[in-house]
Design a protein around this ligand. Sequence first.
Ligand code: NDP
Ligand code: 8X3
Length: 252
Amino acid sequence: MITGATSGIGFATAKLLAKKGYNLIITGRRNDKLQEIKEKLTHKYGVEIITLCFDIRDNTAVELAWNSLNDTWKNVDVLINNAGLAKGLAPVHQGSLSDWETMIDTNIKGLLYISRIVTQVMVSQHKGQIINVCSTAGHEVYPNGNVYSATKYAVDALTKSMRLDLYKHNIRVGQVSPGHVEQTEFALVRFDGDSEKARIYEDFSPLKAKDVANAIYYMISQPGYVNIQHIMLMGTQQAGSNFINRNGRLVE
Ligand code: NDP
Ligand code: 8X3
């Protein structure tokens, strides 16, 4: 089950896992995208795909979507908590309450709503794996990143606490923490659709969504007794949230 599979890292992960033969539950708010992805991946890879269209900030919608699944589909092997976003980039005294609430409700509360419900089944089955998509911003801060970073620090704390809560139930919990990732809608969403402001990847080579998908696949393809707890990855030209060599893109 991949939350936020309509674009970026979630979509790249859906493509890779379908290619590897996984049946998928993909979620997001844009039903047209979900249907398009389902059609493309089932046709290309012959896997089964269920789409669930809901807003992860709304626990009633999360429960309704979940309850539409039959027992076989509820038996989720891997939950990839990817749905998330940044909104705005402003110092704390100029921050937008609405942006803050959107980030907190999506990145923390949404992740908790879906995890609570899916882990109930995993515990009853005594198996499962959770992968949270955190960020480098969940381990260090940068100017004006305040609340987004706070939500990702919370994701890091939840990864660690969920592992403590669930390891006795044979459930693996880990996270990926990428630096900048292109081929995503992340910057466009952060800057409210302003494509000029969102041009933040042109003077260096960040990660691509598929690189994060590869890290996720590495984690889930290990033998059941191995839990990769954390993968942090950045493009070669990035050495931290505040250290990016913007001297031009690398030749691929
Ligand atoms: P995208 O904007 O491309 O993807 C975000 C996904 O989250 C979309 O599928 C979107 O679906 C879904 N989503 C957002 N809000 C909601 C909501 N309220 N309810 C349901 N689904 C929602 O960005 P990325 O692929 O970059 O982001 C994926 C994750 O990676 C996020 O958690 C982000 O914080 C993290 N990340 C991104 C980095 C980057 O540089 N791009 C770096 C480090 C971490 P829809 O719009 O259809 O609802
Ligand atoms: C996305 C990476 O540095 O824009 O999580 O916060 S950053």
